[in-house]
Structures are given as C-alpha cells and as structure tokens.
Design a protein around this ligand. Structure first.
Ligand code: BJW
Ligand code: ZN
Length: 259
C-alpha cells in the first residue's frame, strides 16, 4: 500500500480514495450546515490553481531560492536590491492572475454562514479579489509597502516598482509589507486570528503544509477550544492525523462541493 493509502485508511477505513474523499465532504457539509462561526485558514495551496507557486514541494519557491537570502530582515539589510528584485518578480507574476473556484467558494460560504473569518497566510490578495470580506492577512500583503523609517504602510500596485523604492514622506527605503522569517506577526492581527478561532465551532484548514509557526498551530488551537477541524489539502500534512476530517484533493475542486 502507498504511504498516502496507508494514511487515509488510518483516518477513514475502507473504500477507494474517491469514496473516502466523498465521505469526508459529506461529513464536512453537515458540520458546515450547523456551524455558527466558521474560521478558515488558507495557505499557498489555495492559490496554486490560479498559477501562484507554492513554497515547499515540487516547483516551490523555497526549492529554487534560499529563504535566508530573500525572506528575512537580515537578507534585506544585507542586500535590499536583491530582495526587491525577488518581490518585483513576484508582483509581475501575480498581477495578471485571477482567483480560482476555491477562492470563490470561500467567499460564497462567508455569505451563507452566520459568522465567518478567513485567516490567510497568503500575501497575493486573491481572497479579496474573489469577494471575501472578513480577511485576516497573517503574513501581510505584497501589494502594500512599508517605510523602513517612518513605518507608514501604503497600497502600491506599481509593477514593477523602482529598484530601490523610496518613501514619499521621508525619502527612506520602502520594504514589502510582508512578514519574513524571524519577524513577529503584528500583535493586533494575531489577536484577531486567535479571537476568531476561540469563537469558532468549525475550522477548515486548506492549502498549507502546516510547517510555519504560528499559523501551523492554529488548527490545533481550534481543536483545543472544542471546534471541529477539517483539513483539505493536496497531500497529507504532519497535522492531518490530529484533525477530525482530512480530505485529500485540490481546494479548487473540493471547496465548491461544500456549497
Ligand atoms: C494544495 C494544492 C491545491 C498544493 N489544493 N492543496 C516555533 C518552532 C520552530 C520555529 C518557529 C517557531 N515559531 C516561530 C518559528 C520560526 C518561523 C517558523 O515557523 N519556521 C519554520 C519553518 C520552522 N516562524 C517565523 O519566523 C514567524 N514569526 C514568528 O513566529 O515570530 C516570533 C518568533 C520568531 C523567531 C523565533 C521564534 C518566534 C514568521 C513566519 C513568516 C513566514 N513568511 C513566509 C513568507 C511571506 C512573504 C512572502 O510570501 O514572500 O510566509 S514563508 C512562507 O511560508 C510564506 C507562507 O505564508 C508560509 C507558509 O507556507 P504555506 O502556505 O503552508 O505553503 P507551502 O508551500 O508550505 O504548502 C502548500 C501546501 O498546499 C502543500 O501541503 C501542498 O500539498 C498543498 N497544495 N496545491 C490544496 N491545489
Ligand atoms: Zn517614511
């Protein structure tokens, strides 16, 4: 038996992979029907079907580039031009992309349940483009810049930005308004996420490898608070066995089936 087969049969014994996914979807649909407050945590995988590269796994950004050279405050201090080159390249890549059926399904679920919070680790802005409203962006947004001196945060959709963009107020270097490794997440953002998790009776975790903290622990936190937790991911993650429901598949194919 393949690793995936072993894992799936451990969670939902019997039947083909398709039948097990179908059973998971049915169970999740029922939980969704009764839920009062639903929180969804998304990661790079939800945008994969829009053409956005993920970070880990085949074709992932961290397979081609070293995160320590491009996504840490030290890397930016050492070589801001290189870091801006990386983010300018990603802005060019993201600018023409559109949300996929997974993003749209979440926006529709938000309209149908009494209380809904979308926590995303993604910086691509595609949830907003799909019509989601109550969004918490844990790792910032690539379409925002922040002054390294006066800390002003501004929307900036220029593609590409100048090599070394400068703050209009104080002339200092701007940086992408994103959270790099070793940086704290904004306390009010983190508190809002934990508050939503604390109020939720159902949490859906989708398109994330569950490797980056503190986001990786949020599903477990929801379980500790008594919520049901379902994972929808292309492959099993280190946390899959801790959740109530694990559905293997593409978020763009599974999420619309919940409606
Ligand atoms: C599909 C699919 C489809 C594909 N459908 N699925 C505790 C213990 C150990 C370490 C730490 C710790 N606490 C903090 C740390 C350090 C660090 C960390 O977690 N490191 C780990 C790698 C070990 N965390 C931090 O530094 C964070 N800061 C912090 O906690 O501050 C306090 C502190 C600091 C230092 C020490 C201790 C405390 C900040 C983290 C910032 C992460 N930043 C990035 C870059 C953002 C900007 C940018 O994009 O450029 O955020 S890194 C990157 O990873 C990005 C993502 O948001 C994040 C998560 O990735 P994600 O979304 O899970 O993507 P993938 O690629 O990993 O997974 C995709 C999944 O989708 C896969 O499973 C696929 O199978 C699946 N998939 N197609 C469904 N169609
Ligand atoms: Zn400034």
């Amino acid at each position: 038996m393949s690793k995936i087969g072993e894992w799936v049969s451990g969670r939902n014994p019997g039947g083909s992979a398709e039948n097990r996914a179908e059973a998971g979807i049915k169970e999740l649909k029922e939980k969704l029907w009764w839920a009062r407050h639903v929180t969804v945590l998304t990661g790079a995988g939800i945008s994969a079907e829009s053409g956005v590269p993920t970070f880990r796994g085949e074709g992932g950004l961290w397979k081609q580039f070293r995160a320590v050279d491009l996504a840490t405050p030290e890397a930016f201090s050492r070589n801001p031009k290189l870091v801006w080159e990386f983010y300018n390249w990603r802005r060019e890549l993201l600018a023409p992309l559109s949300p996929n059926p997974g993003h749209f399904a979440l926006a529709e679920i938000e309209r149908r349940v009494p209380h809904f919070t979308l926590i995303t680790q993604n910086i691509d802005g595609l949830h907003e483009k799909a019509g989601s409203c109550n969004i918490i962006e844990l790792h910032g947004n690539i379409w925002k810049v922040r002054c390294t001196r006066c800390q002003r945060v501004l929307d900036d959709r220029r593609v590409p930005l100048p090599e070394m963009p400068a703050c209009e107020s104080c002339g200092s270097l701007l940086r992408p308004h994103v959270v790099w490794f070793g940086e704290m997440l904004e306390p009010q953002v983190l508190n809002a996420a934990y508050e939503a998790i604390g109020n939720s009776d159902l949490m859906i975790v989708t398109g994330t490898s569950g490797t980056v903290q503190p986001a990786a622990s949020m599903g477990v936190q929801a379980k500790r608070n008594g919520a049901s937790v379902a994972e929808i991911n292309f492959e099993p993650t280190p946390l899959s066995n801790l959740y109530d429901i694990s559905i293997l598949g593409k978020s763009g194919e599974i999420l619309p089936q919940l409606l």
